[in-house]
Design a protein around this ligand. Structure first.
Ligand SMILES: [Zn+2]
Length: 124
């Protein structure tokens, strides 16, 4: 199950980021997930709840921001956002494109630990 391993990696990533800091509890996790990442957000939210048990993240709120798919159109020479994908086709000039510039993200935007906020953790 794809989402289960993503949730586990997420817990590990956040736990590692907090390693060495005073014992604390994560209250809020914000994720950015591209519409083209292939992640089922509902399944991920469910798995998150399961795998956070007995971790620093137990009971935390998972907030998922969905990033729309954007392609670079060769004909228009610009980035355009797609209302839905596929088809990967410029909505302005109707040229098909495979150059996805946004929409495959899966990254932790920020986490909140009790009162303090730790912004921006990139995942690569
Ligand atoms: Zn175009």
């Amino acid at each position: 199950m794809h989402e289960l391993s993503i949730a586990q990696a997420l817990v590990q990533q956040v736990s590692e980021a907090l390693e060495g800091s005073v014992p604390c509890r994560v209250t809020w996790v914000r994720l950015r997930i591209g519409a083209f990442s292939g992640v089922a957000t509902e399944a991920l939210a469910f798995c998150f709840e399961v795998v956070t048990r007995d971790t620093l993240l137990e009971g935390s709120t998972l907030e998922i921001e969905s990033i729309p798919v954007a392609i670079r159109c060769e004909r228009c020479q610009r980035e355009v956002e797609l209302p839905e994908a596929p088809p990967l086709r410029c909505p302005i000039c109707d040229t098909p494109s495979a150059a996805i510039v946004r929409g495959k993200e899966l990254e932790v935007e920020s986490i909140e630990v009790e009162d303090q906020k730790i912004p921006r953790m990139e995942q690569h």
